[in-house]
Design a protein around this ligand. Sequence first.
Ligand code: UD1
Length: 404
Amino acid sequence: MVPGAKNSVLKLMATTILCDGPFELSNVPDIADVSIMGDLLAAIGVEMSRPAPGELVLFNSGQIIPVAPYELVERIRASINVLGPLLTRCGEVRLSMPGGDDFGARPIDMHIAGLEAMGAEFKFSHGYLEARADRLHGADITFDFPSVGATENLMTAAVLAEGVTMIDNAAREPEIIDLCEFLVAMGAKIDGIGSSTLTIEGVEQHNLRPVAHRTVPDRIQAATYLAACSVAGGELDVIGARADNMTMLLDRFADMGLRLESTDHGIHVAADDRPRSIDVATLPYPGIATDYKPLIITMLSVGDGVGIVTENLYPGRFRYVEELQRLGADVRTSGHHAVIRGVPRLSGAPVKAHDIRAGAAMVVAGLAAEGETRISGIHHIDRGYDDLVGRLRGVGATIDRDTD
Ligand code: UD1
């Protein structure tokens, strides 16, 4: 069963800042980043509890402290998502600059410019971003690029702003739609959900209410199991995966020779042969997500032929290529391109997980490698994957986790 998406649940959690009361989230992945976001919210004034596996209750007492301290913020990128809710609810916020996966510069200029257009004043001092606005007002905002985080921050801020906010060239990832649906259930007024123009009409604080919500399934975790099947061969049912949120990736996987079928329960995949090599470029949704790329490069490493992968979001996001090379992959990078000449089989060796998705790709590479592959730095994988080892063991992989 594919659990809920990390990149959705963390944003839903941050959004509970907007109104008082108990929120219930289900289909929550059991990952380290949820605990870190829980700690951050506790410092802000929202208490998190876990009544059952896969469930969270977030209780917002109304006593909100609009400060996000360095020790917590530097650990996850999604901590930036408290900016919009805190500013719009409290009229002020003090936020340490966010951390997260290290795959190149990750500026927040679009978040700041958008909130400034809505009336916020920013200043930066001693590593903290400080913002103020008595009450934000609606604005017409056009993004140069459909940033996921900036779309989310502006959308949540606009919910309590005075008047109408229009966000043009907004991101339209499935996780954004999930957040929109959560906000609408809370009482927000949002038009254009799923399109690149979002219109948000601000409401008064007392119009919002706490809700229960089921998190959208994680398309990146789902893709990880499809990739695992592709390199290991055989058949798999990826229960809970939503094919409609992965259309373009599934098309490309079909081009690579995977037999895929959308079922009532998820996606059925069968791999008869080595993957066929293809060219792939990452793009904002509905394009191929940058988070899929380490998996795709790993599949192409054992592909039949030559594939070129072009990264259009994070130019430096190729660090794990060195690790694949240690396993015998023939990958060359130049700027934001990688050329992968497939070899029939990788050869097991010690490798490092550099970030969440790169770590998962190392696991998939290990399945494609002869002999033992030992992966260090697995705390990165724990940030985004829910029992990857157990789930792969469950379908026959020989994989263990060191307890020390
Ligand atoms: C989110 C995901 C991440 C995914 C990415 C793109 C979370 C926690 N992380 O990250 O896994 O890889 O979407 O799908 O949900 N940019 C700017 N200025 C800004 C904002 C972004 O230049 O103000 C640039 C970034 O540096 C990057 C690109 O825009 O090159 C994409 O960033 P964005 O879509 O904002 O990604 P995140 O929300 O950080």
